[in-house]
Design a protein around this ligand. Structure first.
Ligand SMILES: NC(=O)c1ccc[n+]([C@@H]2O[C@H](COP(=O)([O-])OP(=O)(O)OC[C@H]3O[C@@H](n4cnc5c(N)ncnc54)[C@H](O)[C@@H]3O)[C@@H](O)[C@H]2O)c1
Ligand SMILES: [Zn+2]
Length: 365
């Protein structure tokens, strides 16, 4: 399969997203292209588990391209997405005399990508970095768009910066080693792209759920390339998330509330988003914005992929309180991204009664 190059043309810089690349000599070559011919220092930031799987291949490919990379390990898990770990990266870079011309490589999921990107944004007031995402979430979402950052004890992603990578290199075959639950949860984001923008992508998923779940290379390549193209197109039109980019939050308003109320322990992000998309579609249907066929098709696809569509037993008042304190509340009204049909959404405020009615329909009591 030939790799696809999707150029991203932003005001700040222009760079390529390569979909369908391989972590072999091709990776090193692509990095060499952006680094130029000089003696550029490279540090690969990753988790020990990912190092065991792909560390050898990535280091070999960088060496083949004439680099002498160092490798820096960060413990796994969202609980380590904190400034302390970024400081450890700085220590390593200072110890090894990294310069403005040096380069970081993020090899891993969104946690590694966000943290490495933030280290790159801030070290020496900004060095270049490459995203080499290895989870579904990172390949279709986190690695694209230049949002970087870490969590604060008071909340997720509170510390951060916009800093665009110089290259995004996506090897979909790395998804084969992803734990099943992690893989399936990531698919929710691809369903999201179908609903907000791309009826063909949605239809493809409806027709090929087994191939996708079996991680068939061709099917994943198609889903990832469409998702990346959509996110890239939206980011180009709204680099700093002031307008259009909001539609990427489809399913996320309630999804985040579910994650918060359950203390981020019971649900993977994508699972919460799956329920969130069902809530948004249910609201849209109740408000006469979309047909019941739209809601049924979405529920059927999510279920077929192994994603949840009903709400767990949560405290109704707590959910509503978290929803009302969400960043996306404008003037006291809760705004939701609501589907009009498969491939088209709008952002609209929804009254509390309509929200509650939809949540009840999905099992909240
Ligand atoms: N910057 C953005 O725009 C953006 C968008 C979405 C999400 N995010 C962030 O991304 C993070 C979530 O990312 P995630 O879902 O990728 O989780 P993650 O980075 O924690 O990765 C999940 C787990 O999978 C393991 N793993 C990764 N790749 C693997 C592979 N190929 N084989 C086997 N195991 C592998 C990791 O070691 C980790 O334990 C959150 O912190 C979220 O805030 C950022
Ligand atoms: Zn998401």
């Amino acid at each position: 399969m030939r790799a696809l190059r999707i150029p991203l043309d932003l005001s700040e810089k222009r760079y390529n997203i390569i979909v369908g690349g391989r972590i072999d000599s091709r990776f090193g070559k692509a990095v060499r292209q952006i680094a130029g011919d000089g003696d550029v220092k490279v540090c690969v930031v990753t988790h020990p588990r990912i190092e065991r799987l792909y560390g050898g291949a990535i280091v070999t490919s960088l060496k083949q391209a004439g680099f002498s990379p160092s490798l820096f390990r960060i413990p796994e898990g969202e609980q380590h997405k904190q400034l302390l770990q970024v400081e450890r990266i700085y220590d390593h870079l200072i110890l090894h005399r990294f310069e403005r011309s040096s380069l970081l490589v993020a090899l891993g999921g969104g946690v590694i990508g966000d943290m490495t990107g933030f280290a790159a944004a801030t070290f020496l007031r900004g060095v270049s970095y490459v995203q080499c995402p290895t989870t579904v979430v990172a390949q279709v979402d986190a690695a694209i768009g230049g949002k970087t950052g870490v969590d604060h004890p008071k909340g997720k992603n509170l510390i951060g910066a916009f800093h665009q990578p110089s290259l995004v290199f996506i090897d979909p075959t790395t998804l084969k080693t992803l734990p099943k639950r992690e893989f399936v949860a990531g698919l929710a984001e691809i369903v999201k792209y179908g609903v907000i923008f791309d009826p063909k992508l949605f239809h493809f998923m409806e027709r090929n759920p087994e191939a996708i779940l079996n991680r068939d290379e061709k099917s994943l390549f198609y889903c990832i390339k469409r998702s990346v193209a959509i996110k890239a197109a939206i980011v180009v039109k709204d680099e700093r998330e002031s307008g259009l980019r909001k539609i990427l939050n489809y399913g996320h308003t309630l999804g985040h509330a579910i994650e918060t109320v359950t203390g981020y322990r019971h649900y993977k992000h994508g699972e919460a988003i799956s329920v969130g998309m069902m809530a948004a579609a249910t609201m849209a249907h109740r408000l006469g914005i979309c047909s019941d066929d739209m809601v049924i098709r979405q529920a059927r696809l999510l279920t077929r992929l192994g994603l949840p569509t009903r709400l767990p037993q949560l405290d109704q008042a707590e959910v509503m309180w978290v929803l009302a304190s969400d960043k996306k509340v404008v003037g006291g009204n809760i705004h939701f991204v609501l589907p009009e049909s498969i491939g088209s959404v709008r952002v609209q405020k929804v009254e509390e009664q309509a929200i509650l009615a939809a949540l009840k329909e999905l099992g909240l009591n």
